[in-house]
Design a protein around this ligand. Structure first.
Ligand SMILES: [Zn+2]
Length: 412
């Protein structure tokens, strides 16, 4: 089955605009991209009219298993206390249903892909949610445990899931040692060695808060107190000194490395090839000073975008993040936002997507009306089509009035 998608504007990547363009999809991959008049013959033509067709948006950092905690835990100034309340809330029922709804909302707004951090206890349920919704996912199995003596047991349980074979074709796994203050150094070492040995992306929360920097520097502060309160402290812990020193432990040669948040990272601390994942609404939720995104970009660091969990922001759709970013940071260009939201997100997650070119995975999004690469900052950008792995997962009539949800017949 070959389908041609035609649109007034096609944006294959952050540098290219094709007027009256077409993207031809065969199976799960893109066959051809170019001017619509030159498109190869297809079984089906879907003319999106005055729309902008582009790569699907990539949410490079989510916690879908916290979607049911949306708006339930206010931030009162201490991150450790907030995190503790989230830990307790995680066990509430309704997790899978909220995650499913979160993904569906995001698909309807052009997000095709998630880099999702998954608690091992809920892994099977989250896999099912991805299977049902058809979204693409890199599921980072989360390793948490600060006591060195538990490292082997925790790691074995994580690795069983990372190696799980019976996954939907749109889902693959990665490893996420949670953060410097929650993962013992032996556990971290094993996670790094195995992720790199198997070429699996590794995501770690880093330089997120000043509390974390105090922990890294002197092994003190609210995060150390939290470890003691929950009986997870390691009295023999020797602090690394800084985020940069901690990063020397993350020596990956084959697998993508995702440094999540990086609110307090300096560009020179970022290892060559690593990605920083900036979460704009979560950054604002916790009231951090200005994110170093511009400095990172200027130094050539590739920055992807994420939503973090719905508990520290309203949604898990990436368009809300890019809209927020465009309002909060006019010093970040529309093209840079476009690249962060598509190409760099996909690369960080290790997917052959994020640009429209022959051979790449067919993950597409189209928005009514809006024009060029600044599209992702426009509050009126309305998603009319979402395609993941060559399958149409969302489609609305672009001529219908705003708020109209009637769907066109699903494309077979
Ligand atoms: Zn996170």
């Amino acid at each position: 089955m070959r389908t041609a998608y035609l649109a007034a504007r096609v944006l294959p990547d952050a540098d290219t605009l094709i007027r009256d363009g077409a993207v031809v999809v065969e199976g799960e991959r893109i066959l051809w991209v170019g001017a619509s008049g030159e498109a190869p013959i297809a079984d089906e033509r879907i003319d999106l009219g005055d729309a902008t067709l582009m790569p699907g948006l990539v949410n490079a950092h989510s916690h879908l298993d916290l979607t049911h905690l949306r708006g339930s835990v206010p931030f009162e100034g201490e991150f450790a206390k907030w995190a503790e309340r989230i830990m307790h809330g995680r066990k509430k029922p309704g997790m899978a249903e909220a995650a499913r709804n979160g993904i569906r909302e995001a698909l309807a707004r052009g997000t095709t892909t998630f880099g999702d951090i998954v608690d091992p206890r809920g892994f099977a349920e989250i896999v099912e949610v991805f299977r049902e919704t058809g979204a693409r996912g890199r599921l980072f199995v989360e390793a948490i445990g600060f006591r060195p003596e538990a490292a082997d047991e925790i790691f074995d349980a994580v690795w069983d899931l990372v190696e799980m074979r019976a996954l939907p074709e749109t889902v693959s796994t990665g490893v996420s040692p949670h953060a410097p203050y929650s993962v013992s150094r032996p556990l971290l070492e094993r996670a790094v060695a195995v992720a790199d040995g198997h070429g699996r992306p590794l995501a770690v929360h880093l330089a997120e808060t000043l509390e974390e920097l105090a922990f890294l520097r002197h092994a003190i502060g609210p995060l150390r107190e939290l470890l003691k309160r929950v009986g997870a402290d390691d009295p023999s812990y020797v602090p690394d000194g800084s985020a940069g020193a901690f990063l020397k432990r993350l020596d990956l040669t084959r697998a993508p490395l995702l440094l999540v948040h990086g609110n307090y990272l300096r560009p020179r601390e970022v290892p060559a090839g690593a990605f920083v994942v900036y979460c704009p609404t979560a950054h604002a939720f916790f009231g951090h000073p200005e994110h170093p995104v511009v400095e990172l970009l200027e130094e050539g660091v590739r920055v992807a975008l994420g939503s973090d969990s719905a508990a520290s922001g309203a949604t898990v759709d990436l368009l809300s993040e890019t809209e927020h970013l465009a309002r909060a940071r006019p010093d970040v260009s529309g093209k840079a936002v476009f690249r962060m939201a598509t190409e760099w997100g996909a690369r960080a997650l290790g997917f052959d997507a994020g640009v429209l070119r022959a051979g790449a995975l067919a993950d597409l999004a189209a928005f009514a009306g809006a024009s060029g690469h600044e599209i992702l900052g426009r509050a009126d950008a309305r998603c009319v089509l979402t395609v993941v792995h060559g399958r149409v997962l969302h489609r609305v009539d672009p001529t219908a009035p705003l708020g109209e949800t009637a769907k066109l017949p699903t494309v077979a």
